[in-house]
Design a protein around this ligand. Structure first.
Ligand code: ADP
Length: 463
């Protein structure tokens, strides 16, 4: 069905983002017959997303706060172009409740959840309190209002060391510190507060039991505006560096059907508790004994959504647009099944030899020769924000592309990932490709010996 005849008709979509996600959203918009509008900063005037959209509008200078984070400029671009909806991608304005309200005021459809759902999950402490009420299991911890040093330390002692201090307002791994014992608590608290204040202008803390070797397993959920909610299974994102994801896969290895259902249903419950609409991800920590605990909910499309698309055969951006247009979810829970296995590797312009310092330059080469490398286009996907000849500046996130592979089973998908990584022809800018290759070919990774300290544990082989 055409979105032009939907309850909330959509004809033209503005993408308030850049890089690979903007290009990826444009692709689906085009397939669905929507015109696409790119926005760009001065630094991105020649960027790939600008080249690929039907129209492009400048929204400001290079600095993100003056361009991609500039609510007024983005809304004005939508008005000017006559776009009836805005897709925020991830990052930038995707989880900004004020931006959602501004879209509403301007009569523009925001492709994402209502402002109230974003606000409910925006603060980790408030979100945990809410989830507790909904019966979603939490990591043992403290997320209350008494923020005095004495009280927080008493709570840490009650929880039992090691504990993890987390900024309530945190994200992106910032404002987080492990405390091994009471003697180190005060210094860690001071440090965390400083970091959180600087990054989020807020220094409230929560405390969690620090699980020593958990897995990060997250559930993709989807809800429509008619009260339907489903889960599109889970992703394992345990391979992280400094709490940031590097390699992801779906489904999570070694999950029983019972646990998959239990986590899926808990995730849908979490979403419905806050009257969620659209694509969302509920992140859990999974302990070795099969216990799982709610960490947070991301109220947007995730970077790693393609692995879910590969195993379900669904286009999540299409689902987002349909839901935004007021249509019902295209499938019910029992119509969704898992087929095979998928991986995603994040290719960054960064130098693993220099503590992952972001790299810049001009990409003299950037290509994946499918035929030459014997790669099946149905099983390999390169979601990229760049092409050969493009400049990589220091203004934005250094992620260049995502390499996604599918196979009948985990071994096959991994073999294909290794082949595709080797076949990727990239030069002119330093990347983490060799690091990804060492990770993806490591025997412990092949053996699915996953936990969030994987990189730390195998440091010698990886660096
Ligand atoms: P952020 O929002 O900054 O990304 P999260 O709360 O999502 O922070 O946590 C990021 C990562 O930190 C998780 O994926 C996990 O690896 C680790 N982590 C978070 N909470 C705990 C915990 N209680 N115990 C052990 N590791 C944790």
């Amino acid at each position: 069905m055409s979105l032009a005849n939907a309850p909330r008709p959509l004809n033209k979509l503005l993408i308030a983002n850049r890089g690979e996600i903007a290009c990826r959203v444009i692709r689906t918009a085009r397939r669905l017959g929507l015109a696409s509008v790119a926005v760009h900063s001065d630094a991105d005037a020649l960027a790939r997303h600008v080249r690929e959209a039907d129209e492009a509008i400048r929204i400001g200078p290079a600095a993100t706060r003056d361009s991609y984070l500039n609510v007024a400029a983005v809304i004005e671009a939508a008005r000017q172009s006559g776009a009836d909806a805005i897709h925020p991608g991830y990052g930038f304005l995707a989880e900004n409740a004020d931006f959602v309200a501004a879209c509403e005021m301007a009569g523009i459809v925001f492709v994402g959840p209502p402002a109230s759902a974003i606000a409910a999950m925006g603060d980790k402490s408030a979100a945990k309190a809410r989830m507790d009420t909904a019966g979603v299991p939490l990591v043992p911890g403290y997320h209350g209002d008494d923020q005095t040093d004495e009280h927080l330390q008493a709570e840490a002692e009650r929880i039992g060391y090691p504990v993890l201090l987390k900024a309530s307002a945190g994200g992106g791994g910032k404002g987080m510190r492990v405390v091994e014992r009471g003697a180190g608590f005060q210094a860690a608290l001071d440090g965390c507060r400083r970091e959180s204040q600087a990054a989020f202008n807020d220094d409230r803390m929560l405390i969690e039991k620090y699980l020593t070797q958990p897995r990060h397993v997250e559930v993709q959920v989807f809800c429509d505006s008619h009260g339907n909610g489903v889960y599109l299974f889970e992703r394992d994102c345990s391979v992280q560096r400094r709490h940031q994801k590097v390699l992801e896969e779906a489904p999570a290895p070694d999950m029983s059907e019972a646990l998959r259902r239990e986590m899926g249903e808990a995730a849908v419950r979490a979403a419905q508790e806050i009257d969620y609409v659209g694509a969302g991800t509920v992140e859990f920590l999974l302990d070795a004994d099969g216990s799982f605990y709610f960490m947070e909910m991301n109220t947007r499309l995730q970077v790693e959504h393609p692995v879910t698309e590969m195993i379900t055969g669904e286009d999540l951006v299409e689902w987002q647009l349909r839901v935004a247009a007021g249509l019902a979810l295209p499938k019910s829970q029992n119509e969704l099944t898992i087929s095979g296995h998928a991986f995603e590797a994040r290719l960054y312009a960064e130098d693993p030899e220099q503590d992952f310092l972001p790299a810049t330059g001009t990409l003299s080469r950037f290509a994946l020769d499918f035929t030459g490398a014997g790669l099946d286009p149905d099983q390999v996907r390169l979601d990229s924000g760049v092409e050969a000849g493009d400049a990589v500046s220091m203004h934005y996130d250094p992620m260049l592309a995502k390499l996604i592979t599918h196979g009948d089973d985990r071994d096959q998908a991994l073999t294909t990932l290794n082949r595709a990584l080797a076949a990727l022809d990239v030069s002119g800018v330093v990347t983490n490709r060799a690091f990804l290759q060492r990770l993806a070919s490591h025997p412990a990774f092949a053996g699915a010996e996953l936990n969030t300290r994987f990189i730390e544990h195998h440091e010698q082989a990886l660096f």
